[in-house]
Design a protein around this ligand. Structure first.
Ligand code: AMP
Length: 387
């Protein structure tokens, strides 16, 4: 099936207006499209780039009617937008990804059940709705384990590592105090040697491109940095790319997806999570790929040919998290960063610094991967200190 091409001048809607929405809007504008951003937060960065802004709550019926009559296609930048709204929109206009894919991925239990039903490797897991079920799950999976809310958690929020019986007791209390109907997933803790991820772009015809596999380091559940290409063997690269593409094809996903993987000591790969949108670990594509993940998102929703996924240079992307940004936002900080060969600074224009909030990122590109790593590590060492 070929999707008719939406011509430049068309209006592309995006649900969610965070930095991913802003980067999508920047790509869309460069390609001649106009963008309508819908995010209830008036300070969301993407509003600044929008031709049309909606800040009403998502259930608002008047805004829904206005939005759908304005846009020619809709996408999203955050998987926690209401799937019901996406379903409503897709009955009336082109919506990518579909609400069915969104429903499966929004719920960690459904996501893992789906992947394991397709024989795609995931950590052993159990669905839990009560303290009693938590104990049964821990008996079966053993400790350490990870307990996560089934819905809505991100950047490590809503999850706890259970290392000891006292951690389990604490989690039991949290479960007992939670609203009725709330669900959790308990997963075996994977002592991974590396966290990897791959961006997969797939269109309506099932044509698919996979970006190079990258290596991610997290701090307290938040992405600290991404190295591209990952320091893994060609065999692991091939397996990671194949597994990521298979997972998105199994979902019949259309759009840009990020497949996050754990690599274990014995070289096995397990899927941790799939995001149905461009991803923080794919920001390097803006500076060191021929076509960025955001341009691919525009291309897919507009029915344009998929772009190359060619890497032009090794790089390390470093997130500016919370107070990190203060180290950059000073005369000395700017002077250091802008004098660093291969460094590209991105600031998201968020008015308030909050702990754990992503305020910007820096891509360090270099002809040799080792140089990019050393430069990025030196930069990380300057963060959170006055410069
Ligand atoms: P998530 O929100 O599920 O992507 O989890 C955030 C981070 O927590 C991951 O990137 C891992 O560093 C860690 N994590 C999540 N699940 C597990 C697991 N089953 N075993 C080990 N670490 C995990």
């Amino acid at each position: 099936m070929t999707t008719p091409i939406l011509e430049p001048g068309s209006i592309l809607g995006v649900l969610g207006g965070g930095q991913l929405g802003a980067m999508f809007a920047t790509a869309a504008r460069r390609m001649g499209y106009r963008v309508a951003v819908w995010d209830p937060d008036p300070d969301a960065p993407a509003h600044q780039l929008a031709a049309h802004s909606y800040t009403s709550p998502f259930p608002d019926p008047t805004s829904r009617e206005q939005f759908v009559s304005l846009v020619h296609a809709v996408t999203l930048e955050w998987e926690n937008v209401p799937a019901e709204l996406c379903g409503w929109l897709e009955e009336r206009c082109r919506m990518t990804p579909s609400s069915a894919v969104l429903r499966t991925l929004q719920d960690r239990i459904e996501q893992k059940q789906f992947l394991s039903s397709r024989l795609l490797s995931v950590p052993s897991f159990a669905a839990v709705e009560s303290a009693g079920q938590l104990n049964l799950a821990v008996d079966r999976l053993g400790l350490p384990a990870v307990c996560k809310t089934a819905k809505s958690g991100y950047d490590g929020k809503g999850q706890w590592i259970l290392r000891s019986p006292s951690d389990v007791k604490l989690a039991e209390t949290i479960l007992e105090q939670a609203k009725s109907g709330q669900r959790w997933i308990v997963e075996q803790f994977i002592p991974f040697v590396r966290e990897l991820s791959a961006l997969v772009v797939r269109n309506e015809s099932g044509e698919c491109r996979v970006y190079p596999v990258v290596e991610n380091r997290h701090e307290q559940g938040i992405l600290r940095d991404t190295l591209v290409p990952a320091s893994v063997s060609p065999d692991v690269t091939e397996q990671a790319e194949a597994l990521s593409a298979q997972a998105v094809a199994a979902l019949q996903g259309v759009g840009v997806f990020c497949v996050e993987l754990f690599q274990t000591e014995d070289g096995n790969l397990l899927i941790n999570e799939i995001a149905p949108r461009p991803h923080n670990s794919g920001h390097y594509t803006l500076d060191v790929c021929t076509v960025s993940q955001f341009e691919q998102q525009v291309r897919v929703i507009c029915g344009l040919p998929l772009g190359e996924v060619r890497l032009l240079s090794p790089a390390v992307m470093v997130n500016l998290i919370g107070e990190d940004v203060r180290s950059v936002m000073s005369a000395a900080g700017f002077s250091t960063l802008y004098s660093t060969s291969g460094a590209v600074l991105h600031l998201y224009g968020k008015p308030m610094i909050r702990p754990g909030r992503k305020m910007g990122h820096v891509t360090f590109a270099a002809p040799q991967k080792e140089t990019a790593i050393v430069t990025a590590q030196k930069f990380i060492a300057t963060l959170r200190r006055p410069v």
